[in-house]
Each structure stands twice: as structure tokens, then as C-alpha cells.
Design a protein around this ligand. Structure first.
Ligand SMILES: Cc1cc2nc3c(=O)[nH]c(=O)nc-3n(C[C@H](O)[C@H](O)[C@H](O)COP(=O)(O)OP(=O)(O)OC[C@H]3O[C@@H](n4cnc5c(N)ncnc54)[C@H](O)[C@@H]3O)c2cc1C
Ligand code: SF4
Length: 485
């Protein structure tokens, strides 16, 4: 039972403390610090334990938010983590990285700032790790069935953990040198330190999940296996290969030196944060990031840490509103002007602009020619007379991803949808017998919370395929979409 007056006595949100900008841009460590227990209890006490908790509808995992809010209010962290883990394998990832659609759906958000659900989530799981409450949950018996998971991002990890707990023997195949997908080398250390991922992997290994890294399924290395090999050796295969093909810029000069896909910049920067040599260097340069989303913001924070002279982020869409427009009412997830931690650290943002040409000198990028853009009948039109040039010695393309690459499952083996994702039915099964698909490779570029939810749901489908029945939860269907307008 919630505190009946909590939301009246504490009307304000108290956010997680963050390190000062001038300090944090000197290193790669996480921006946020730990929340004080008293503040956390106060914030959890603002939850009204609604009769219809709309926060549940906002969360693809169906997290039992009012239950763990109440345990947190009472500082009962042992029960809080039990309730949190009941629906989410990796709350330390979502608690740090999720855009929190639960908060925009929170009933309190109708006339007050919503409950600080995300920071309560991360505080519960971080305390659980500190207190030794995250231990391997080994299955009671083994089914004798085997499953190959391809890709070790959040979808692959969630599917592997669920299937392992159901008694199946699971091997995760990953082409990178380390496990984690975008959590490892995409998302920067300052948003989530890799040690947070590593401590969870200790649990998965303890549960019997095996990881093979440096193995490209469909690759031509001496140790690589093909999808056909996996089908022969395992009873089922889960493709969780992510959405890895970047959308590229199609204007004159886009092939000049110094123009890179965002991941070509972020991957080495993530390795640098762990002690490797610097890859693409932004130091002293005017950096322009094309694309106004999460990936662009990660490039922004990284460029500041590299000591860029200036950083400008361009977005073709018009400036979003600061507050909910009437067309995006509660409890939908509104498209608002977002100030992420990276934006707090500086840089310029320009909305409603399109790149007309990449300018160069001696084969290297020296600037961009831009023009204002407007949408007419769903098509982009350049506004006459608005062309101008800006300097740039490094241009990063963060315009999204257009589906899985061809390596693991070429389109003639696993058919693609019109969105270039793997075709699959209502039970996550591709047309290839015994082959399932979960996460961004099936849904298209999305979020960690959806990847975990899909991994859990696909695991339930695979368990049913292998045994004829399942008790594993299936929080989402392949066709489910976020609660947006
Ligand atoms: C830079 C960036 C920042 C982001 N920030 C956020 C954020 O803050 N919050 C959020 O919610 N979401 C964020 N996202 C989106 C989120 O990371 C993805 O939605 C999520 O990681 C998808 O999980 P996944 O498991 O489907 O795929 P991925 O995490 O992409 O993992 C796929 C894995 O499959 C492996 N693989 C692919 N092909 C093969 C093969 N042939 N053989 C073996 N292995 C293979 C890849 O190496 C990779 O490790 C971000 C995305 C990017 C690019
Ligand atoms: S909608 Fe908000 S106030 Fe209501 S139960 Fe969920 S978190 Fe608590």
C-alpha cells in the first residue's frame, strides 16, 4: 500500500545527482552518481499505487512499478529487487539508459512531475549488486535441448538467460571480441560503464550460458560457422544480430576523408575509454554530427571528451516543442525537445536543416553546405535562399540504421520485410524452421527495453517450440509498437 499522502507532501522530483560538467568531460566515467536513500524513499513515496497503473502500459516489459516503488519507500530493497527482476533481466541497463516511457505514462504526470521511476529502478539494482543479491539462478533440471543465440546485445542476452533458466543449453555466438552488442562498444562509458555489463555477465556465466566471441556467423574465418552449421548442431537458433547497417548521406562529397558513420567513431572511442589508442580523433576540430537522436548525442559527448573545437548537431526535423502538444496527450510518449546529459555539456543544435553538399579540400572534408528544410506533404523541400556554409573537419553520420547486415542470414536464406528486418510470425519464428529473430534485427532500430522484452518473448516461443509448452513470460508480440501518437 502506497503512502496515501506522499504525492501531496513531496510535489517535486529530485533527480539523481550528476557530476559537474567541467569535471565529467575530463574523463569517461558515468555522469550520474548514487541517489541518497532518504531522497529515494521520499521519491518512491510519491507513487500513488494507482488502481490502473498506466506506468505498466508505458513499459514494454510490464514492470511492476508500484510494487517496487512501495518496497523502496520502506527501504525494503530485498523485496524490491525480487519484484524488479520478475519482469526485467537487466534493470541496470534500462535504469541507466531507457528514455523511460513509463514516466511519460505515469498518472502523477497529468498534473505534477511524474514519479522518478527510472532512478528508483537503477538504485534498486545497484544496491542489489552491492549487497550480493544478484546471484546465478541455475535451472533445477536440464532439458537436453540446445539453443544457439547469434548476437550478444540485450536481446540475445535476455533470450539466453531465459532459455538457460528453462533448462536448455545455450551458446551465444558473438563476432566482436567482447560480449554486449551496442552496450559494449556503441553506448559510451559515460552513459554506462562497462563494469556494469561485466558484473551481469558473471551471473549469466554462473547460470551455464556459454559465450563464444570472435565468431562471425556466416563469416569466412577458419573458426566461423554458418547458419546452416548452427541449425545442424543446435535444436533451435535465435538471431539477435541487431540493426547494423547505417543510413548513409547521399549528397556530393559524402565520400570525402573525414566523413564517417557514427559507429566508426564510437566503437574505437569506447575502446579508448578502456585503455586502447585513440581511433578517429576530434581534438581541435569543428565536428558536425548529422542526426539529432541518441546516437548523435553519444557522438556529441564523445567529441567533447576528445577536446573538439566546436560541435554542431544537425536535425532535418523541425524543433520539437518543450511541452506536450495537444496532439500528443498523456499517456503517449511525446516527441519533445530533449536535453540529454551530452547536451548539457555544450555544443550547438540546428533543427530543420538539410545537408546539400559536403565541401572538401585535397580530398578531405572542410565544411558543409546546408539549407533550411521543410516538410510538404511528407516530402522534404529545401527553402530557397537559405543556403549557407559551415566549417567542419570531422563529419559524423548518425541518421539511424536500416536493418541487419547480410552476414548471419542473407535475404535469400531468411526473407526480409519491406523495412529490411527479418521476416517473422507472431511467435518470433522466421520462415526458416527452428530459426527465431529478436531485438533490432526483427523490430528495426529501437531501444534496449524493447530488445530485452523481445528477447524474453522470443525465449518463451523457443521454449514452446522445443518442449510443446512454456511457463516463460512473453511481455510483447513482434507487432507491438510503443504508445506514441
Ligand atoms: C550509439 C547508440 C546509442 C544508443 N543509446 C541508447 C540508449 O541510450 N537507450 C536505449 O534504450 N537504446 C539506445 N540505443 C539503441 C539500443 O542500443 C538498441 O536498440 C539495442 O542495443 C538493440 O539490441 P539487440 O540485442 O537487438 O542488438 P545489438 O545491441 O545491436 O547487438 C547485436 C549483436 O549481434 C552481433 N552480430 C551481428 N551479426 C553477427 C554475426 N553474423 N555473427 C555473430 N554476431 C553478430 C553484433 O556484433 C552485436 O554484438 C542506442 C543505439 C546506438 C547505436
Ligand atoms: S502511474 Fe505513476 S503514480 Fe501510478 S502506480 Fe505507476 S508510478 Fe505510481
Amino acid at each position: 500500500m502506497a503512502d496515501p499522502k506522499g504525492f501531496l507532501t513531496h510535489r517535486e522530483r529530485e533527480n539523481r545527482p550528476s557530476r559537474p560538467v567541467p569535471v565529467r568531460i575530463q574523463d569517461w566515467k558515468e555522469v550520474h552518481g548514487e541517489q541518497d536513500t532518504k531522497v529515494l524513499q521520499r521519491q518512491a513515496g510519491r507513487c500513488m499505487d494507482c488502481g490502473i497503473p498506466f506506468c505498466h502500459t508505458g513499459c514494454p516489459l510490464g514492470n511492476l512499478i508500484p510494487e517496487w516503488n512501495d518496497h523502496t519507500r520502506r527501504a525494503n530493497f530485498a523485496d524490491a529487487i525480487e519484484r524488479l527482476h520478475a519482469t526485467n533481466n537487466f534493470p541496470e541497463f534500462t535504469g541507466r539508459l531507457c528514455p523511460a516511457p513509463c514516466e511519460t505514462a505515469c498518472v502523477l504526470g497529468i498534473n505534477q512531475p511524474p514519479v522518478t521511476i527510472k532512478q528508483i529502478e537503477v538504485s534498486i539494482i545497484d544496491r542489489a549488486f552491492s549487497n550480493g543479491r544478484v546471484t546465478p539462478q541455475e535451472p533445477e533440471w536440464l532439458s537436453g535441448r540446445t539453443v544457439a543465440v547469434v548476437g550478444s546485445g540485450p536481446a540475445g542476452l535476455a533470450a539466453a538467460q531465459q532459455l538457460g533458466r528453462a533448462g536448455h543449453t545455450v551458446v551465444v555466438h558473438e563476432r566482436s571480441d567482447a560480449v554486449g552488442g551496442l552496450l559494449r562498444y556503441g553506448i559510451p562509458e559515460f552513459k554506462m560503464e562497462k563494469s556494469v555489463l561485466d558484473r551481469r555477465l558473471v551471473q549469466l556465466r554462473g547460470e551455464g550460458i556459454r559465450f563464444v566471441t570472435g565468431m562471425t556467423v556466416g563469416g569466412d574465418g577458419p573458426d566461423d560457422l554458418s547458419l546452416a552449421d548452427l541449425r545442424e548442431r543446435f535444436d533451435a537458433v535465435v538471431l539477435a544480430t541487431g540493426s547494423t547497417v547505417p543510413r548513409m548521406l547521399d549528397v556530393p562529397g559524402a565520400d570525402l576523408d573525414g566523413v564517417h558513420a557514427a559507429m566508426d567513431y564510437l566503437v574505437p572511442a569506447n575502446r579508448e575509454a578502456l585503455g586502447s589508442e585513440r581511433g578517429i580523433d576530434a581534438e581541435g576540430k569543428d565536428v558536425v554530427i548529422i542526426g539529432g537522436g541518441d546516437t548523435g548525442a553519444d557522438c556529441l559527448g564523445t567529441a567533447h571528451r576528445h577536446g573538439a573545437r566546436s560541435v554542431t548537431q544537425l536535425e532535418i526535423l523541425p524543433t520539437p516543442p518543450a511541452d506536450r502538444p495537444a496532439s500528443q496527450p498523456w499517456p503517449t510518449y511525446p516527441m519533445l525537445y530533449k536535453v540529454s546529459e551530452a547536451h548539457e555539456e555544450g555544443g550547438e543544435r540546428a533543427y530543420g536543416v538539410s545537408t546539400v553538399e559536403v565541401l572538401g579540400q585535397d580530398g578531405r572534408v572542410s565544411g558543409l553546405r546546408l539549407a533550411d528544410a521543410r516538410f510538404v506533404d511528407g516530402r522534404v523541400e529545401l527553402v530557397p535562399g537559405t543556403e549557407r556554409e559551415i566549417p567542419a573537419q570531422l563529419v559524423l553520420l548518425a541518421m539511424g540504421f536500416v536493418g541487419p547486415d547480410e552476414t548471419a542470414a542473407p535475404a535469400d536464406v531468411v526473407p526480409r520485410t519491406t523495412r529490411n528486418t527479418y521476416e517473422r510470425d507472431a511467435s518470433f519464428a522466421t520462415p526458416l524452421e527452428g530459426v527465431f529473430a529478436a531485438g533490432d534485427c526483427g523490430r528495426g532500430q529501437s531501444l534496449i527495453v524493447w530488445a530485452i522484452a523481445e528477447g524474453r518473448a522470443a525465449a518463451a516461443a523457443v521454449d514452446r517450440y522445443l518442449t510443446g509448452t512454456t511457463t516463460l513470460p512473453a511481455p510483447v508480440r513482434p507487432t507491438d509498437r510503443p504508445l506514441t501518437v
